[in-house]
Write a protein that binds this ligand. Structure first.
Ligand code: MLT
Length: 392
């Protein structure tokens, strides 16, 4: 018997598992200290009330013979898919409800989508970026090339005609840097993908944080329907990190290598995924109602205020940072020339604040660090006071 030897090529722990391990060890050794966690992008505000009500009604239906439901549709119930399509229409993008697949989140889908692609495709990944794209493709044994997102490029790598890729991951607004592509930049990626017969895997998990005119979807760009798949999640939009629900949009006409991509993904999902529970799909549809949108936008405004508080402190300390505007993340340069894990240890030991070392998002993250604005207000303010104290 042989294991998948590609696992030998992974870093030993998934980034956020490594941070959780280090944090737990510190907490166990210092039981009296209050830790403030601004590491993993996990939400702290409760779900929109409208979503919880819908979830309760959905659960109630399951308790009656007349309304009971068993296995859901593989691609999600029509009422949720229609709600998603209507949400897109709300920001001027047309996608068909029958192009939407409801899932348990963007993390699973951005990793699992690789099932439908051959192992010999070349995968291009921006650096720094969400580590799931790299780890999932290492597991599949694919060759990965990096598009460096340096500070000079405002952390937004652009295509290089002389470099060929078959699969391109883009994340906009970017996790971890918060940088968002504008329409012209996205058009350049779409043109590159169409010319290279490549597919863009576009992670829009943070689209709801966009506050300027950057596109909320790759499908706002001409030509994207013949080269892109979009992933989104209700985790950061509406606090579903624990509830689990997301969606993936695949245009019906998207084809490669003589195969229809929508049909392949349906085939994959029907085989390996039994869908999202009915009460959760009810909650998801409610998120996109008028009231639901009002409620989640209020939560996002709360997190944005946290981001403003963090940014103001970094301004006072004279520390370079990006993000916090179209994104819940603040991406900063580690002070005093520290390495990113060194700064992680420094903050943990001397301020009892947990952040995320930039290096965990790629080699371009060296010397950088990510803080999230998903904490509650009181803890965010306290964390900032503690950070200021050790850095002054
Ligand atoms: C993050 O902190 O980058 C995200 O919360 C991780 C995730 O969404 O899986």
């Amino acid at each position: 018997m042989k294991i998948n030897r590609n696992f030998d090529n992974l870093v030993p722990n998934y980034l956020f598992a490594e941070i959780a391990k280090k944090t737990s060890a510190y907490a166990a050794a210092h039981p009296d200290e209050k830790l403030i966690r601004l590491g993993i992008g996990d939400v702290t505000l409760p779900l929109p009330r409208t979503a919880v009500q819908a979830m309760k009604i959905g659960a109630g239906e399951l308790s009656l013979k007349e309304t009971f439901k068993g296995y859901p549709e593989y691609e999600g119930y029509d009422f949720v898919r229609e709600a998603v399509a209507k949400y897109y229409a709300g920001f001027g993008v047309t996608v068909g409800a029958d192009e939407v697949f409801i899932s348990d989140g963007a993390k699973s889908d951005t990793g699992n989508i690789g099932d439908i692609f051959g192992a010999d495709n070349v995968v291009m990944v921006p650096d720094p970026v969400y580590p799931v794209y790299v780890d999932a493709n290492i597991m599949a044994g694919r060759k990965i090339i990096y598009a460096p997102g340096t500070r000079e490029k405002r952390f937004l790598p652009m295509p290089d005609e002389s470099v060929h890729a078959d699969i391109i991951y883009l994340c906009s607004p970017n996790n971890p840097t918060g940088a968002a592509y504008d329409a012209e930049q996205l058009k350049a990626w779409v043109d590159y993908a169409n010319q290279h017969d490549a597919i863009i895997l576009y992670d829009a998990a943070y689209e709801a944080f966009i506050e300027d005119d950057c596109p909320r979807s790759i499908f706002a760009i001409d030509g994207a329907r013949t080269c892109a798949i979009e992933f989104c999640s209700l985790s950061k939009t509406a606090g579903f990190t624990g509830v689990r629900c997301g969606y993936t949009v695949i245009p019906k006409e998207l084809a490669r290598d003589g195969h229809n991509i929508h049909a392949l993904w349906y085939r994959r999902q029907a085989t390996k995924f039994n869908g999202v529970s009915y009460p959760v799909q009810c909650a998801a549809a409610a998120v996109f109602s008028q009231e639901g949108q009002k409620e989640f936008k209020a939560n996002i405004a709360y997190y944005k205020e946290n981001a403003r508080i963090i940014s103001k402190a970094l301004d006072e300390l004279g520390i370079f940072y990006t993000g916090g505007k179209n994104s819940p993340y603040i991406w900063l340069e580690c002070p005093k020339g520290m390495g990113s894990w060194e700064f992680f240890d420094d903050l943990l030991e001397n301020a009892q604040v947990v952040g995320t070392p930039g290096e965990g998002f790629g080699s371009q993250g060296k010397g950088h660090f990510r803080l999230t604005s998903f904490g509650d207000r009181e803890n965010t303010i306290e964390a900032i006071e503690r950070i200021k104290k050790i850095l002054r």
